[in-house]
Write a protein that binds this ligand. Structure first.
Ligand code: ZN
Ligand code: FE
Length: 255
């Protein structure tokens, strides 16, 4: 039986998402920005919270863990490198480790850069990836604790997943990300089509997430630092993709 997902908004612009295994009834919350909207989502779906899968230590991804664990006695699974900064951790995990939500199996991909120990969760059979604040729809997270090169390598790791992968990220930033991406790739037709799609979704109060990884590869400038036209657009033809990525990321910070 395929996994079911339920996406909802938390805080200002965070996403919460539940992953449910209909075979066993197990349900994981990917991160826990705050307890209340997660509780409301559980009520709406009728699902029982068994696990919280944490991507990184920032408060807008961990603020709800304590209250949810007290109420549901769920298991808290978190990146080993950041476990000391995350409340109530039960299981510490790292690169390649298997994660189970009931009978649904996923794998841990270490994707450092935004934070030094950031991880993503990939459920290959379900074609789902939960990438926290590493990859956004048409964007990527700020490089806060790592180096641009580290972040670029993390993005390459995510880019290597199959095109049909549905990508769930931590924030609704897509519209602003598209405005920026157009400054680097004004003639990217796929990006222009995506802008129309996103404008329509937001006008109808819908989320722009998940997106398909295959689309991100064509439209997300942060996954395209090794495309010669992108290097040229930032005046770095012939430079390494990591250098091009660093320049694109620096421009976004000032945008
Ligand atoms: Zn963060
Ligand atoms: Fe965040």
């Amino acid at each position: 039986m395929p996994a079911q997902t339920h996406l909802f908004r938390c805080l200002q612009d965070n996403f919460g998402v539940l992953v449910h295994d209909p075979a066993t009834g197990a349900t994981a919350s990917i991160d826990a920005p705050e307890a209340e909207p997660v509780e409301a989502a559980l009520k709406e779906t009728g699902w029982r919270l068994t696990d919280i899968l944490v991507t990184h230590h920032h408060g807008d991804h961990t603020g709800g863990i304590k209250a949810l664990k007290e109420h549901h006695h769920c298991r808290v699974i978190a990146p080993r490198a950041e476990a000391a900064r995350i409340p109530a951790v039960d299981v510490e995990i790292g690169e390649g480790d298997e994660v189970k939500v009931g009978s649904i199996k996923g794998r841990v991909l270490e994707t450092p850069g935004h934070t030094a120990g950031h991880i993503s969760y990939w459920f290959a059979d379900e074609q789902l990836a939960f990438v926290g604040d590493t990859l956004f729809s048409i964007g990527c997270g700020r490089v806060i604790e790592g180096t641009p090169e580290m972040m670029w390598n993390s993005l390459l790791k995510l880019r290597a997943l199959p095109d049909a992968t549905k990508v769930y990220c931590g924030h609704e930033y897509t519209a602003a990300n598209i405005r920026f991406a157009k400054t680097i790739e004004p003639n990217n037709k796929d990006l222009a089509a995506r802008e129309q799609e996103v404008t329509k979704l937001l006008a109808n109060h819908k989320s722009t997430v998940p997106s398909l990884l295959g689309a991100e590869k064509k439209e997300n400038v942060f996954l395209r630092a090794d495309v010669p036209a992108v290097a040229a657009a930032v005046g770095l033809s012939g430079h390494s993709p990591a250098e091009v990525f660093a320049e694109v990321r620096a421009r976004k910070n000032k945008f």
